[in-house]
Design a binder for this molecule. Structure first.
Ligand SMILES: Cc1cc2nc3c(=O)[nH]c(=O)nc-3n(C[C@H](O)[C@H](O)[C@H](O)COP(=O)(O)OP(=O)(O)OC[C@H]3O[C@@H](n4cnc5c(N)ncnc54)[C@H](O)[C@@H]3O)c2cc1C
Ligand SMILES: *[C@@H]1O[C@H](CO)[C@@H](O)[C@H](O)[C@H]1NC(C)=O
Ligand SMILES: *[C@@H]1O[C@H](CO)[C@@H](O)[C@H](O)[C@H]1NC(C)=O
Ligand SMILES: *[C@@H]1O[C@H](CO)[C@@H](O)[C@H](O)[C@H]1NC(C)=O
Ligand SMILES: *[C@@H]1O[C@H](CO)[C@@H](O)[C@H](O)[C@H]1NC(C)=O
Length: 583
């Protein structure tokens, strides 16, 4: 199989899904659409029914005395987004904003394109409707840094723990009955299950032999270790924020969800109080939605800064250049953080066994995660790995390489060949707390234009060093008994840019990182508490306006970030309901 035929097959599958969409098989699950023209007076207007927006919409509408209006640019989640094994087919469809990074002349140079795709959900549930299910909270230090940056201890790990518990409905009896059960909830909206296949166990044993901790639960304050992860999958179905937080309350009379409608500007009165939003409906009508109490922006780490800037909140110089009147001069868009992925491959034992028939209700390959520290006496992680096991299943490797990530065609061909008649471990490695920063700017004052996005990946040399150290630490696994017994080895790809470097030198790994990189889709921190927001998520310099989504984090957390977005949104709802009105 070559890359172009793999991609062509994916297109055919996507076409078939489009036909399926016409059957509206899952429409019954979602709240019905309200006409923007027919809304009552909104007490709260939420921009974006994504991961955070759906949660806030649910919690605010618990009070039947307030009208909650939610404006979402996308529509209902399609059938295929519900099926766990189909996530590779969701990007580059009509539920993706199709953002890409700019060519920075340094990172992403050895790729099909010299930029990176930045898939972002444009659909009810937002990016939680296209994400990859791993549910990992991150390290207590990450949240203690939020508390530090916001100057408010209520954002510390200890103080957020009740919200993590509140959000969860953990279905794993083993963890619930274990010592760490008390860190989890069973009454929340978000249903979670655990990877329960056995194939990862021999790897966990091997990592243990190499001095890594093996744990059952990385979400209970002790983050370090290798384990089988929790997934936001239940009953074989995706648990997005839309299905977990909106479906159960879809008939609430005071909740108004306006779909396929894009907000283009936040409106302020002469006292810089937000009074509503302007939007364009699916029919192309421009209308205004008025709001009594406040406007909450939950449009995600790219669209939230874009909307703030379009509305006059952002760096003065940049807005002046585009002729946008400045209401509040703030460093919006300047602190973009993300987890750069480096893809590693290990070749294990020969096997001609037929891969098991794909089970659509499961994450497509057996998987384990590892949060590792280079210094073994350190208590917090330096890196995180997502590890997927392919047993004689090269087509799955091809799909990961070319559809989920977009590595160079030549790399994907080498990966495919390695996976024939062999077990292969596919690893996505991230430095947990990178130093590099990217940024988001407006391309123009036209709301239809996508933002300009620079990932900033590897712009800090310290991140290159951290990546090299992490890889060297991780690949010591080849010295374990299991790897030795089956002739397990790290795959040194033939990379044209790295041919003059001898493999396993630091110079080789530096080159490898630059050639084998992508994103892990954890865009965050573009409108952070501290510089742009106060610790109640209120936008500085204006009133009645908050931001609550991945952009509000002062810093990225050391793991996948969906759980962090969920907890931020749960807390945001309480801040809005119970703190003094933000006038
Ligand atoms: C491909 C992929 C895989 C991922 N895998 C994982 C994983 O395995 N584990 C994990 O923890 N995290 C994962 N993530 C990250 C995680 O899903 C996101 O960080 C999280 O969903 C972001 O939530 P949010 O509320 O900030 O934004 P979103 O969920 O993106 O919500 C923003 C919403 O606002 C809407 N919107 C935007 N602009 C406007 C506008 N102007 N008007 C109206 N509506 C608007 C959007 O359409 C969208 O619905 C993944 C992300 C992606 C993209
Ligand atoms: C993203 O690309 C797909 C495939 O080309 C297209 O169908 C979809 O409409 C695009 N999304 C947006 C927001 O333009
Ligand atoms: C944050 O931490 C730094 C040092 O790490 C300290 O100097 C500063 O006072 C802290 N800020 C707050 C608000 O706690
Ligand atoms: C490793 O971590 C320990 C505990 O934090 C610390 O004391 C030690 O200095 C670290 N060693 C190195 C080489 O950084
Ligand atoms: C190896 O080759 C690359 C690309 O041709 C070049 O940029 C680099 O400087 C070379 N490195 C060494 C160590 O010679």
């Amino acid at each position: 199989m070559d890359v172009s035929s793999a991609l062509a097959t994916a297109q055919v599958v996507k076409g078939a899904f489009l036909v399926l969409t016409a059957l509206a098989l899952t429409t019954y699950k979602w709240p019905e659409n309200k006409n923007a023209e027919d809304l009552p007076v909104c007490d709260y207007t939420i921009v974006g029914a994504g991961t955070a927006g759906s949660i806030i919409a649910n919690r605010l509408s618990e009070d039947p005395g307030v009208n909650v209006c939610v404006i979402e640019a996308g529509g209902d989640p399609p059938f295929e987004s519900e099926i766990p094994s189909l996530f590779p087919y969701l990007p580059k469809t009509n539920i993706d904003w199709n953002f890409t990074s700019e060519d920075d002349g340094f990172s992403a140079q050895y790729r099909r394109n010299k930029y990176i795709d930045l898939p972002t959900g444009k659909v009810l549930g937002g990016s939680s409707t296209i994400h990859h299910f791993y549910h990992v909270r991150g390290d207590p230090n990450d949240y203690d840094d939020w508390a530090n940056a916001s100057g408010d201890d209520s954002w510390s790990w200890q103080n957020l723990l009740p919200y993590f518990i509140k959000s969860e409905n953990l279905e794993d009896e083993y963890i619930l009955n274990s010592e760490t059960g008390k860190y989890h909830g069973t009454n929340g909206y978000l249903r979670l299950t655990r990877e329960n296949r056995d194939l990862p166990l021999k790897y966990l044993k091997a990592f243990k032999e190499m001095g890594h901790k093996i744990v059952e639960d990385v979400n209970a304050g002790e983050t370090l270790g290798f384990t089988r992860p929790l997934f936001s999958i239940s009953g074989g179905v995706r648990q997005s924020s839309a299905s977990s937080y909106l479906t159960p309350i879809k008939d609430r009379q005071n909740l108004y969800i306006v779909k396929n409608t894009m907000v283009t500007k936040i409106i302020f009165d002469g006292n810089k109080q937000a009074t509503g939003v302007q939007c364009i409906t699916s029919d192309g009508n421009a209308i205004t939605i008025n709001t009594q109490k406040e406007v909450i922006i939950s449009a995600g780490a790219f669209n939230t800064p874009k909307l703030l800037m379009l509305s006059g909140i952002g760096p003065r110089h940049h807005l002046n250049n585009l002729g946008i009147e400045v209401l509040s001069d703030l460093p919006v868009g300047e602190n973009l953080q993300d987890h750069m992925a480096v893809i590693l491959i290990h070749k294990l034992e020969a096997t001609t066994e037929t891969p098991p028939a794909a089970d659509p209700t499961k994450f497509p390959l057996p998987t384990f995660i590892g949060l590792g520290a280079v210094n073994k006496s350190q208590s917090y992680p330096d890196y995180m790995t997502l590890n997927l096991i392919s047993r004689n299943y090269p087509a799955a490797l091809m799909q990961l390489c070319s559809s989920v990530f977009a590595l160079h065609d030549d790399v994907c061909s080498q990966m495919y060949a390695a996976g024939v008649d062999r077990e292969v471990l596919f690893t996505v490695m991230n430095v947990g707390r990178p130093i590099s920063r990217g940024h988001v700017e407006l391309r123009s004052a036209n709301p239809e234009d996508p933002p300009i996005i620079y990932t900033g990946f590897l712009s800090a040399n310290a991140d290159i060093i951290k990546n090299i150290d992490s890889i060297i630490d991780y690949i010591r696994i080849t010295e374990s008994d299991y790897f030795r017994n089956v002739g397990g080895e790290t795959m040194y790809f033939d990379l044209p840019n790295c041919r003059n470097l001898s493999s396993s030198t630091r110079a080789y790994w530096r080159c490898y990182i630059l050639n084998m990189m992508d994103t892990t889709f954890h865009y965050s921190s573009t409108c952070p508490m501290g510089s742009v927001l106060d610790s109640s998520l209120r936008v500085k310099g204006v009133s009645k306006l908050r931001v609550a989504d991945a952009s509000a984090m002062p810093n990225i957390v050391s793991s996948n970030i969906n759980a962090a977005v969920v907890v931020l949104a749960e807390k945001a709802a309480d801040l809005i309901k119970y703190s003094q009105p933000c006038a």
